[in-house]
Ligand binder design. Structure first.
Ligand SMILES: [Zn+2]
Length: 158
């Protein structure tokens, strides 16, 4: 099996996480390489750092990477996309579950597999744009996708 096909996936037992540039990722204190999102955060950082500045924050409990390694540009985009997306359920417009169903729809992901931490720049921009649009939509049902009836979709007003 080609090593190339295993990049950006969660490491399996006994397998090491690799950066999209092909280098191994190493677990380091996040404060050495970025602004840590919480105290004591650890990050998987490309072993070619700082020539390649890709990294991903590790879960504080499981130590699993919270997505795929991303360079500073993509990390910024993912951050912005998450901020916009979170407003959909934080505003009370929809439940968290409904918001994730909507996220899967707009990013054309299978239900339950839409994770901003795995998205590339293109889908981050889609999430930012569509979330903003939805937040401004006066129709309270906009963006609500009813499950089990063919994924009927209440499109947001243009
Ligand atoms: Zn790298």
């Amino acid at each position: 099996m080609s090593r190339k096909n295993t990049t950006c996936l969660l490491p399996k037992k006994g397998q090491q996480l690799r950066c999209h540039c092909g280098c191994l990722a190493v677990l380091r204190p996040a404060e050495e390489v970025c602004k840590p999102p919480f105290p004591g955060a650890m990050a998987y950082v490309c072993s070619n750092y700082p020539r390649c500045d890709s990294l991903v924050i590790a879960d504080p409990v499981t130590k699993q990477p919270r997505g795929s390694l991303a360079d500073s540009n993509l990390r910024r985009l993912r951050y912005l996309a998450h901020n916009q997306f979170d407003r959909l359920h934080q505003s009370g417009r929809m439940t968290r579950k409904e918001a994730y169903r909507w996220l899967a729809h707009v990013t054309q992901s299978p239900a339950g597999h839409a994770h901003i931490g795995h998205m590339g720049a293109y889908y981050c921009q889609v999430v930012i744009r569509e979330s903003k649009k939805l937040l401004q939509d006066p129709n309270p049902n906009a963006g609500r996708i009813r499950p089990n009836i063919g994924g009927e979709y209440h499109a947001a007003a243009q």
